[in-house]
Design a protein around this ligand. Structure first.
Ligand SMILES: Cc1ncc(COP(=O)(O)O)c(C=O)c1O
Length: 363
């Protein structure tokens, strides 16, 4: 059974990539894997737009988020978390688990941060060592401006850590130019791969910070990943080899198409879907178009409609899967993921199916 996933990750994996995933394994301590890892690293550097090497962890996105905290900070360090939704909240929880002192700037869902608040927070708490922010907040569809934050941290000792798990590939990103010190991303989003790999890009400032962290770590220790890569072109622990092999194919495809083209296509699909949902009587969740991302289209269902029933019926009857709202928006929002190979045709079909089941979803 195959389903079309209108979800903000995992997405459908293109047929050519699935074929690569099904290939027999190669061994991760041998020359062919070394060559593969070196080539992938060069492509990942293009994706993150950085001159530094990019680490590949075997983990879901949350593991890579945790890795940033245990590698870059020490117990009791003061940090600022810009919380614009579900995944901003997660950074707070992980920081607290490791005994960091968290200052929080919390914003209403559907809104971005205010840079003046950030400046004031940094002035009031000069000991803040790092700022955590979610690039694309998958619970709301909001894109937070990283460049603006990079301008506040660039020529200071402070680190800027960005969760780019859903935003990478479909939003533009420039690690070095924007002054982001650590960015994490995951395979199951714009990379069009199954879940299982995460990527970590580090600035020189971040690499320096790794040397001073006192938080205990073993599996996540960036020093191990850096040393293994430099000395052997390997990873310290058995990687998800099949996904690494498929990553090369995926990166080649994405880069052949060109990241600017991908972003343009996604923008156009986003606008197309927005218009269709408006025609259907749904309300766009994010008022300010300049902060709408290309990962998903968040729409509020009409008041008399049960959104949970709608997503369940679509999933059961048509083999189309659409994500619902998170947190207080559960049952009230659809998050129509567009990072997969979604075209206007799929959007039209989805709208048609929604129209068919809508009368049954009346409260
Ligand atoms: C922005 C963002 N951060 C973190 C995560 C968590 O990633 P995972 O579920 O792979 O651990 C997700 C997953 O949807 C995400 O979209």
């Amino acid at each position: 059974m195959s389903k079309i996933l209108f979800t903000p990750g995992p997405t459908n994996v293109p047929e050519e990539i699935r074929q690569v995933l099904g290939q027999d394994l190669i061994h991760h301590r041998m020359a062919d894997y070394h060559q593969l890892l070196k080539e992938i690293n060069e492509d990942l550097k293009v994706v993150f737009d950085t001159n530094n090497d990019v680490l590949i962890l075997t983990s879901s996105g949350t593991g890579s988020m945790e890795s940033t905290i245990v590698n870059l900070f020490s117990t009791n360090d003061e940090v600022l978390v810009i919380n614009t939704g579900w995944f901003g909240e997660r950074f707070i929880e992980i920081c607290q688990v490791y005994g960091l002192q968290v200052h929080e700037l919390r914003y209403e869902w559907g809104k971005t941060y205010n840079v003046v608040d950030v400046q004031e927070m940094l002035e009031k708490h000069p000991a803040i060592k790092g700022i955590f922010v979610t690039y694309h907040e998958t619970a709301t569809g909001v894109v937070n401006n990283l460049e603006q934050l990079g301008n506040l941290t660039k020529n200071t000792d402070r680190l800027l850590i960005a969760d780019c798990i859903s935003g990478m590939i479909v939003q533009q990103f420039h690690l070095d130019e924007w002054g982001v010190d650590c960015a994490v991303a995951s395979s199951q989003k714009g990379f069009l791969l199954p879940p299982g790999l995460s990527f970590v890009a580090l600035s020189n400032k971040a690499k320096e910070a790794v040397e001073h962290s006192n938080i205990p770590k073993y599996y996540w220790d960036y020093r191990k990943y850096l040393n293994y890569f430099y000395n052997k072109a390997e990873q310290p622990f058995t990687p998800a080899i099949s996904i690494v092999v498929a990553l090369q194919a995926a990166l080649r495809q994405l880069l052949a198409k060109g990241l600017p083209q991908i972003i343009e296509d996604k923008q156009s699909i986003r606008k197309y879907a927005e218009d269709k949902f408006k025609e259907l009587g749904f309300t766009l969740f994010i008022e300010d178009e300049s902060i709408r991302g290309n990962v998903l289209v968040p729409v509020i269902v009409p008041k008399d409609i049960d959104g949970s029933k709608l997503t369940a019926l679509i999933d059961e009857r048509y083999d189309f899967t659409v994500a619902g709202g998170m947190g207080i928006y559960a049952g009230r929002m659809l998050r129509v993921g567009i990072i997969g190979e979604i075209t206007e045709r799929e959007i039209d079909l989805l709208i048609e199916y929604i129209k068919e089941v809508l009368p049954e979803c009346k409260k």
